[in-house]
Design a protein. Structure first.
Length: 250
């Protein structure tokens, strides 16, 4: 009886801990303003501030970021949705073929090794993105067990659904066309995509209304006048000498 009582007590404590963690996680998700939350399985490697693998990682999808959190409610890392190059799915045995040799060395080949006697299905979701310095990064998440493939496919499809069009990383010799947003050379005067002229015309020193005003003088008394161009050819009396004068046509 004592054993049963101890077992029930431990079970109750475990349930309370799980409920507390779920509430804390949901509170963080709500605080982040997440659109959706998905399971990411086990984080293997790839985040600069997380050197060790971590279990039970979730991804909270917000308007701008993929935010990776633990079920304890702790935020781990975030990736801007518009910095993604590719999100792919791979059998763990094939994963080293999906990332570059340089990244394998950086991430650590032993963390990606597959045991010789593999008992469970193992699938990995690979997130490839450019960091704020324009350098390529990879994060890898592992799914194991009988439902591994289905869960990994769901995670991959959901992330691909919510990734944004990749933000352009401009080089020092490039600029974005203000009309069509395509990337062109910095010294370009005309956009090769939309054909718009990009060089501002120098401002003229001639007044705006210079071409619409006619300046003239009375032929008898030399009194000076000015009139709108549309009055050219019209006649009127000179205010100084009273003679009839005509607005000249220019």
């Amino acid at each position: 009886m004592e054993v049963i009582g101890l077992f029930l007590l431990l079970t109750a404590i475990a349930v309370i801990i799980v409920v507390f963690q779920v509430k804390k996680e949901n509170s963080l998700v709500k605080e982040l303003g997440a659109i959706k939350k998905i399971t990411m399985g086990r984080y293997l490697i790839g985040f600069s501030n997380v050197p060790q693998p971590m279990n039970n990682v979730e991804c909270a999808i917000t308007d701008d970021n993929f935010i990776f959190i633990l079920r304890s409610g702790t935020e781990v890392f975030k990736i801007p949705r518009d910095s993604i190059n590719e999100i792919s799915l791979s059998d763990k045995s094939q994963i080293t073929k999906r990332i570059t040799a340089t990244r394998i060395l950086t991430l650590g080949i032993f963390s990606l090794a597959v045991p010789k006697t593999k008992k469970l299905e193992e699938f990995c979701v690979i997130i490839d993105w450019d960091d704020e310095n324009g350098e390529k990064q990879n994060a890898i998440f592992e799914f194991t067990g009988t439902m591994a493939e289905n869960l990994a496919i769901h995670a991959t499809n959901t992330l691909n659904q919510f990734k944004k069009r990749k933000a352009a990383q401009l080089k020092s010799s490039e600029k974005a066309c203000p009309y069509c947003a395509e990337i062109i050379k910095k010294e370009a005067n005309i956009c090769r995509f939309c054909g718009n002229t990009l060089v501002e015309k120098p401002q003229s020193s001639v007044p705006k209304n210079a071409g619409t005003i006619i300046h003239f003088a009375c032929p008898d008394c030399s009194a000076k006048y000015k009139a709108n161009r549309e009055l050219a050819g019209k006649k009127g009396k000179c205010a100084k000498c009273g003679k009839i004068i005509t607005v000249p046509k220019v």
